[in-house]
Design a protein around this ligand. Sequence first.
Ligand SMILES: C[S@@+](CC[C@H](N)C(=O)[O-])C[C@H]1O[C@@H](n2cnc3c(N)ncnc32)[C@H](O)[C@@H]1O
Length: 202
Amino acid sequence: MPGVTGLRKAFAERFDDEMRFFKGWLHRPKAVGSIIPTSSVTARKMATVIDPSSGLPVLELGPGTGVITKAILERGVRPQDLHTVEYAPEFVTHLRRTFPDVDVIHGDAFNLNETLRDMPGTMFDSVISGVPLLNFPVATRVRYVEDLLDRLPLGRPIVQLTYGPKSPVPPGRGSYSVEHFRFVLRNIPPTQLWIYRRRKPN
Ligand SMILES: C[S@@+](CC[C@H](N)C(=O)[O-])C[C@H]1O[C@@H](n2cnc3c(N)ncnc32)[C@H](O)[C@@H]1O
């Protein structure tokens, strides 16, 4: 059990994260999507899709304050096998300080050929995405998923967080399957998790 000092420190760190997140939201409300960081329950659930024994690196998109990054590492992924892509410079600085051995890339998750130019052809075990998709046209969301699936072995998942009731990437628009993974009530706002995989050829 943590003592009073430990509890005070944990509370202060959590409060710091929430303030940092709220400030990020004030600057870029559409890109950040929520005013409160993802809950650890959601983060842990997302990380369960990873196969830490696959020998492949993991790609995280939109890590923000790093709640999901922490859950990915706790899942058993080595820091040097985790590549995270974050758009907002203030989150990038915070993530590099908090996770010095993780590859924190400052870039755009919608332009991965440019953002991942230093690792061409890399295949990932899975993709964990917290990037808000609902502000983009459906065609852009479909392209996002198709591009990511080209970077995964057949059948391996993208897990996507969203606050809307439906899959942000509709079925029937490309060569991917859509699976409802979890509704997480213990998140503010409550969150839906969706999984996308490359559909096997008939
Ligand atoms: C809903 S928040 C999730 C953050 C994280 N789960 C947390 O709890 O701190 C969305 C995150 O995606 C980032 N983001 C938005 N658009 C992005 C893009 N095109 N490329 C990379 N990151 C992006 C935002 O800056 C923000 O950190």
